[in-house]
Design a protein around this ligand. Structure first.
Ligand SMILES: [Fe+2]
Ligand SMILES: [Fe+2]
Length: 185
């Protein structure tokens, strides 16, 4: 399965995306150990989270319409925001993933969502650390403690940083709801 996934990126000339998902997998597996969640499920979620990166944003949008997705206004405007949900469908339909922890973590890795699971938060944070940790509150110390409260705190600080610094061109409803949810902790 893992080789099949990796070859999909390579055969579509997406070496850069493969490098990114492998990096996310490494970070996420470390977090999975800290937070006592299943390592194999975490690795699969990480490797598949950007599998839709082989498509263009327009192809993602056409795919979403074909599948009957309800489209968020932010996704309507920025089709690339759909990639998290498209990746979930590909994981399900092409790779036969049925585990909801894996599928849900893939589906909300960019925006998170309200009532997010530990898998959702681990993939979300690993993805963010992988892309760019400049200017973001230091997660390392925060994440080392291993309590779910600190994982929540890391997610909260990351989203807060995005809002405070106007980094969001248009906030997705799921992100707003995740923020409202985490602000309480
Ligand atoms: Fe992504
Ligand atoms: Fe990613």
């Amino acid at each position: 399965m893992i080789d099949l996934i990796k070859n999909k990126y390579l055969s579509n000339n997406k070496e850069d995306v493969l490098k990114h998902v492998e990096n996310v997998a490494e970070l996420a597996v470390g977090l999975a150990e800290t937070y006592s969640i299943d390592i194999e499920k975490t690795e699969l979620a990480a490797l598949l989270h950007d599998i839709s990166g082989i498509m263009t944003p327009q192809e993602m949008y056409d795919f979403a319409i074909m599948k009957g997705f309800e489209i968020d206004p932010a996704e309507e405007k920025y089709h690339a925001l759909l990639h998290q949900r498209v990746s979930r469908t590909i994981a399900q339909e092409e790779y036969g993933i049925t585990d909801s922890d894996i599928l849900n973590a893939i589906e909300c890795h960019t925006t998170l969502r309200k009532n997010a699971s530990v898998y959702d938060k681990v993939i979300f944070i690993a993805d963010k650390i992988s892309w760019d940790s400049k200017g973001i509150p230091s997660y390392d110390d925060l994440l080392k403690s291993g309590s779910v409260e600190t994982l929540d705190k890391a997610c909260y600080l990351y989203i807060k940083y995005q809002f405070d610094n106007n980094l969001l061109v248009m906030a997705h409803q799921w992100l707003i709801e995740a923020y409202e949810d985490l602000i309480k902790v």
